[in-house]
Write a protein that binds this ligand. Structure first.
Ligand code: KG4
Ligand code: ZN
Length: 341
C-alpha cells in the first residue's frame, strides 16, 4: 500500500510517500518570504502553495523512486489551517484521487502532529501523552492507540508559539520569534525576572499564555525612559531566558502532572515549539528523573510536514481494511477528539 500525503495548511507546502508503513520521501518547501511581513500573510501563502504544489508532489514521488501509477491512496490535510492554503492541497489531492480512481483520506492536521513521534527513530508505546505546541495550537492529549484520543486541555487564548512570536516582536527580534528567543535565552539568566506561570497550579490542563505576554510588555514599559526602550544585550538575553523559562515550566509542569494522574510513561512533543532547546532539556531532565521517556521527533517531522499526514492516513486505511463494515474512506475523515468526561 503506497500512500501519497499532502500538507498545505499554513506556510509549508509538503508531499510525502509512505509505503507499508515505511517513509520513502518527505519534501517540504517553506515560504520564507513571510518574514518580511512579520507573520504569515494568508493570501500570499495560498498563491505560493499554488505555485509549489505540483512540483513538490513530483519531487516527493521522484525522491521515493515511484511514479503516480504506484500510488494506492491519496491523503491531504483538511483542517484546521488557513482556508485558502488548505484548499490548494486538499483539492490537488482530491483531483489526483478522482482522476486515478483512488481512495482519498482527509486528515486532521493537529491529530497528525500527535502521532508524529512515530516518525522519529524511537517510537513511544501506547498509551502516551502528546503535547502539540506550535504557532497555532497548544494541546495536551492522551493517545490511547491509533484511533482513540482524549483531549486533556488546550490553550484558552494564545498558542505557545504565538506567545514566542509576539514577545519577539515586542523585543524587535523578527519572525518567527521562537528560534530567535531560544538562541538568546541560552546565554541569559532564566531567574532574572519573575514572570508569572498562568494556570500552572490550576487543576486540569488548560493553558494560557496571553497574560505572560502582557507581563513581558509591562516589564518593557517599566524599563523604558521617557517612552524610549534601550536594552543592553545582557538585559535582552535575560528577558528571553526568563520568558522562555516561564513557558517551559508551564508546559513541563502540566505534562508531568498529567503523566502522574493517568499513569503514563511515554511523553511526546510535536509542533514548532518542540524544537525549543530549553523545553527539550527541561522535559528530558525532569521526566527522566522519574523514569519517564521523552520523544521529540526531529524538526522535519515535528513542524508541518506531509509525512505525518500520510502516516495518519495509513492508520485509517488499515482500520478500514480490518473492519469492512466501516464507513467509506471519504467519510473516515475528521477528528477523533473526545472531550474528557
Ligand atoms: O509547527 P509550526 O512550524 O507551524 C505551525 O504553527 O503550525 O510552528 C511554528 C511556531 C512558531 O510560532 C515559532 O516561533 C515556533 O513554532 N518555534 C519555536 C522554536 N522554533 C519554532 N518556539 C520556540 N523555540 C523554538 N526553537
Ligand atoms: Zn502544524
Amino acid at each position: 500500500m503506497t500512500i501519497l500525503g499532502i500538507e498545505s495548511s499554513c506556510d509549508e507546502t509538503s508531499a510525502a510517500v509512505l509505503r507499508d508503513g515505511t517513509l520513502l520521501s518527505n519534501i517540504i518547501s517553506s515560504q520564507l518570504f513571510h518574514t518580511d511581513f512579520g507573520g504569515v500573510v494568508p493570501e500570499l501563502a495560498s498563491r505560493a502553495h499554488l505555485r509549489a504544489i505540483v512540483p513538490i508532489i513530483q519531487a516527493a514521488l521522484d525522491d521515493a523512486g515511484v511514479t503516480i501509477e504506484d500510488v494506492d491512496a491519496v491523503a491531504a490535510t483538511q483542517g484546521p489551517g488557513l482556508i485558502g492554503s488548505l484548499l490548494v492541497g486538499l483539492n490537488t489531492g482530491k483531483a489526483i484521487a478522482a482522476a486515478r480512481g483512488l481512495p482519498f483520506i482527509g486528515v486532521n492536521h493537529v491529530e497528525a502532529h500527535l502521532y508524529s513521534a512515530f516518525l522519529g527513530e524511537e517510537k513511544p508505546d501506547f498509551p502516551y501523552l502528546a503535547l502539540a505546541v506550535s504557532g497555532g495550537h497548544t494541546l495536551l492529549v492522551l493517545v490511547h492507540d491509533t484511533e482513540r484520543l482524549t483531549l486533556l486541555g488546550g490553550t484558552i487564548d494564545d498558542a505557545a508559539g504565538e506567545a514566542f512570536d509576539k514577545v519577539a516582536k515586542m523585543l524587535g527580534l523578527g519572525f518567527p520569534g521562537g528560534p530567535l528567543i531560544d538562541a538568546l535565552a541560552q546565554e541569559g539568566n532564566a531567574a532574572a525576572i519573575a514572570f508569572p506561570r498562568p494556570l500552572l497550579d490550576e487543576e486540569g490542563y488548560r493553558f494560557s499564555f496571553s497574560g505572560l505576554k502582557t507581563s513581558v510588555l509591562y516589564h518593557l514599559r517599566r524599563r523604558a525612559v521617557d517612552g524610549i526602550l534601550r536594552l543592553t544585550d545582557a538585559e535582552l538575553r535575560d528577558i528571553c531566558a526568563s520568558f522562555q523559562q516561564a513557558v517551559v515550566d508551564i508546559l513541563v509542569g502540566k505534562m508531568l502532572r498529567a503523566a502522574a494522574e493517568f499513569g503514563i510513561r511515554d511523553l511526546a512533543v510535536a509542533g514548532g515549539v518542540s524544537a525549543n532547546a530549553g523545553l527539550g532539556k527541561a522535559l528530558r531532565a525532569r521526566a527522566g528523573a522519574i523514569g519517564k521517556r521523552v520523544f521529540i521527533p526531529p524538526p522535519v517531522y515535528s513542524t508541518d510536514n506531509a509525512a505525518m499526514i500520510a502516516l495518519l492516513a495509513s492508520f485509517r486505511l488499515s482500520r478500514a481494511r480490518k473492519q469492512p463494515q466501516a464507513p467509506a474512506f471519504a467519510r473516515l475523515a475528521g477528528t477523533l477528539f473526545h472531550e474528557t468526561p
